[in-house]
Design a protein around this ligand. Structure first.
Ligand SMILES: Cc1cc2nc3c(=O)[nH]c(=O)nc-3n(C[C@H](O)[C@H](O)[C@H](O)COP(=O)(O)O)c2cc1C
Length: 339
């Protein structure tokens, strides 16, 4: 059934298909009988709740950042069986992102290249939307900086998003690893990253002092980091006391693709996700798990298209899993299998 739906969706430009699907599902969930049917179809009769970074998650399957950037479809994602959704990347001010087209399917590779560029409604609008978030779903706030903010001032953008969202999310992910905001990945270097994480943990201490819960702060990293850079991340994680790592974001590599190189060249810049990123992403996860001696909460994301891929992530240290591209290619059935 999903294969037939996918056939028609893949005839549309990728970004159009994304919103058509979400709006149709959102509408369908307003019709009682249809809503009942959809929920029953994707409900896991024997879910496996899991505690991760001190939070109880309904199951291990999460929706990776970038899919519901503006927290508009949380009810849809809950109905499709996700235990958590990472919203964002959220920036302080709204921004349109890069020019279209900016989202491309590589069907032969079961992959996507995107250069969305943090298109989002901005933290204030998203915060208001989160006031009506559905219960029983964990929501993570993935935060970043605006394109026009220079790296020297990036810490202020992260602080703004953190403070504005603190009362409305369950955990935070600090995104310094998207390839589509110029210079963002430089924030993965030890100096700037320490400054950002320390500032956020100071803010958190203030919230806790005022009786708020201590929300976990995770760091999302790129799969393209060298072992030396990963060692820096490990050291810095221990020094600052952040609560976990999301491994990984999309890659800038184009190695080993089946899609012909002219097509890939024509698409141009952007982050590659899906099957081709599985191996590298899992390698990073495995390396981190080894360095942390299995003691650090790690979210495995990158190239999960099957139960076997999910198992591989769990065996290499992931406590939770997130999907994006696999969800596009395999549909919500994959969520049920993993949850
Ligand atoms: C279209 C698109 C947009 C994305 N936007 C974001 C984003 O805003 N923030 C972020 O941290 N990751 C973003 N990602 C990365 C995903 O969250 C995920 O880390 C990556 O795609 C690897 O997982 P996958 O192979 O399952 O897709 C995006 C990915 C795609 C395909």
């Amino acid at each position: 059934m999903f294969r037939i739906v996918r056939y028609f969706l893949f005839m549309m430009p990728a970004e159009t298909a994304h919103y058509v699907t979400l709006n149709v599902l959102s509408f369908a969930l307003k019709i009682p009988l249809l809503s009942h049917f959809i929920r029953a179809l994707y409900r896991n009769p024997s879910p496996h709740p899991v505690t991760f970074a001190g939070i109880r998650f309904p199951n291990r399957a999460g929706l990776a950042a970038g899919f519901d950037k503006n927290a508009r479809y949380l009810h849809v994602m809950k109905a499709l069986g996700f235990g958590h959704v990472e919203i964002g990347t959220v920036t302080p001010k709204p921004q349109p992102g890069n020019d279209k087209p900016r989202l491309f399917r590589l069907i032969e590779d079961e992959a996507i290249i995107n250069r969305m560029g943090f298109n989002n409604d901005g933290v204030e609008v998203i915060r208001e939307r989160l006031k009506n978030r559905p219960g029983g779903l964990i929501v993570g706030g993935n935060i970043g900086k605006n394109k026009i903010t220079p790296n020297e001032l990036a810490v202020e953008d992260y602080k703004t998003c953190f403070s504005e969202l603190y009362m409305y999310v369950d955990y935070f992910t600090v995104n310094v690893s998207s390839p589509n905001t110029p210079g963002l990945r430089e924030l993965q270097d030890k100096g700037p990253l320490t400054a950002i994480l320390t500032a956020l943990l100071e803010l958190r201490a203030g919230f806790v002092k005022n009786g708020m819960p201590k929300l976990p702060v995770l760091l999302k990293i790129a799969p393209d980091l060298e072992p030396g850079q990963l060692d820096d991340i490990v050291a810095l994680t221990k020094e600052t006391g952040i609560d976990g790592i999301v491994a990984t974001n999309t890659t800038i590599s184009r190695e080993g693709l089946k899609t012909d190189e002219h097509t890939v060249a024509r698409i141009g810049a952007g982050g590659l996700s899906g099957k081709p990123v599985l191996e590298r992403s899992t390698e990073v996860l495995k390396y981190l798990n080894m360095k942390f001696e299995g003691k650090m909460p790690l979210i495995g994301v990158g190239g999960i298209h099957s139960q076997a891929d999910a198992m591989q992530k769990l065996e290499n240290g992931a406590g939770l899993l997130q999907l994006y591209t696999g969800f596009i290619y395999e549909g919500p059935g994959l969520v049920k299998k993993i949850s």
